[in-house]
Design a protein around this ligand. Structure first.
Ligand code: SAH
Length: 346
């Protein structure tokens, strides 16, 4: 029986959960116990919660939704151990997450929406538009499910999978609160990156929260004209507005901005692009991440050649810009964002 009014218990903060327990006439320490089981021990259901009285567990089951994800598919790279997960949400929708192992720790890339309505031309996640936002619990649970399965701690989280996190702003903030909470996984804000296509008013709102997370901006072009060809969101916000928002973010948080720049052959990888990009971001406290575009079947964008990528990087460095080429992980498992899910649905 599905009751749409039921609250989602794993999306509540500890203080919200305390209020719920009080409303039920329970002692408030029960909230702490439940919270510890859900967010500390990553319990998959009330039956695991040995110190919770049966009567309370039954009440909770009646009153609340207990969100868990089902693993539908997992692919592991033979090259570097990267794993791609396809999860089913409680309503049957599917989302993708990626687990990557680095020297400094394990990172998970999570999805923030089912589908996306931003329409970036080179991206597979947006081809069918937006289905719905993910709840805080559904974002958390991607990390929890992977932690249970790998048995290893996750130290870094990037919100760079399917969806536009700034288009699901309140749930994103609640997710970050829960993820960084000392009674949960207690992941440091500095180890969280949120990537956006550039929804300017939300960037200001996020800056005003003064969190220590990293903001990554998907730039991909250094002139408005070119950016509009790749990203419809560029019709709404100009590069100048974006740069002002980035400056504000840095001033408010002290956190250096990351610019993501996916290189598309003959589209945004020329010498002129280097010049324009330098002019645009020079003087900003930032870092550029170059990503050879991952071609998707539905569009005919071609990846820049290796030497073009190297040369783009070297020229930027000569111009005094911090830049790295994103190491490609899991080359041998299903390609670009959103492709695993699309293939499975087909
Ligand atoms: N909506 C957010 C986060 C999800 S996309 C954003 O736009 O930033 C994560 C990153 O992957 C973005 O920089 C996006 O532009 C990039 N991306 C999407 N499809 C890609 C592809 N086929 N090849 C390379 N990068 C891609």
């Amino acid at each position: 029986m599905k009751n749409v009014d039921r609250k989602d218990i794993k999306s509540l903060t500890l203080s919200q959960l305390k209020e719920e327990m009080e409303a039920l006439g329970e002692k408030s320490f029960r909230a702490g116990q439940l919270y510890e089981w859900m967010h500390g021990k990553l319990a998959e259901g009330y039956e695991e919660m040995t110190n919770i009285p049966r009567r309370l567990a039954e009440q909770c089951a009646l009153r609340f939704e207990y969100t868990t994800l089902k693993t539908v598919q997992m692919q592991e790279s033979r090259l570097d151990g990267t794993r791609k997960y396809l999860f089913a949400l409680p309503d049957g929708n599917l989302v993708e997450s990626v687990w990557m192992r680095y020297k400094h720790g394990n990172a998970v890339c999570i999805s923030s929406q089912v589908g996306c309505r931003m329409g970036c031309r080179f991206c597979a996640s947006t081809l069918d538009g937006l289905e719905r936002n993910l709840l805080p619990s559904e974002m958390l649970e991607q990390i929890y499910a992977i932690t249970r399965q790998t048995g290893e701690r996750v130290s870094n989280v990037v919100v760079m999978g399917t969806g536009e996190p700034m288009d699901n702003f309140d749930n994103l903030l609640q997710f970050i609160m829960l993820l960084t909470d000392e009674n949960g996984l207690h992941i440091s804000q500095r180890n969280i990156t949120v990537s956006t296509c550039g929804i300017v008013p939300r960037m200001y709102q996020l800056a005003d929260r003064q969190l220590q997370i990293t903001l990554a901006l998907s730039l991909h072009a250094a002139t408005d004209e070119k950016r509009r060809e790749l990203m419809p969101v560029a019709d709404r916000y100009s590069l100048q507005e974006l740069m002002e928002a980035c400056t504000y973010y840095f001033e408010k948080t002290g956190r250096r901005i990351t610019f993501e720049y996916s290189l598309v052959k003959d589209v945004n990888d020329t010498n002129e692009d280097v010049v324009q990009l330098t002019k645009l971001i020079k003087g900003l406290n930032c870092h550029v991440n170059l990503i050879p575009v991952n071609p998707i079947r539905e569009r005919d964008y071609v990846q820049s050649e290796r030497h073009a990528v190297e040369s783009f990087k070297n020229k930027l460095e000569k111009n005094g810009i911090n830049v790295t080429i994103r190491r490609e992980m899991g080359r041998d498992i299903d390609g670009a964002c959103g492709q695993l899910r699309r293939r499975y649905i087909e």
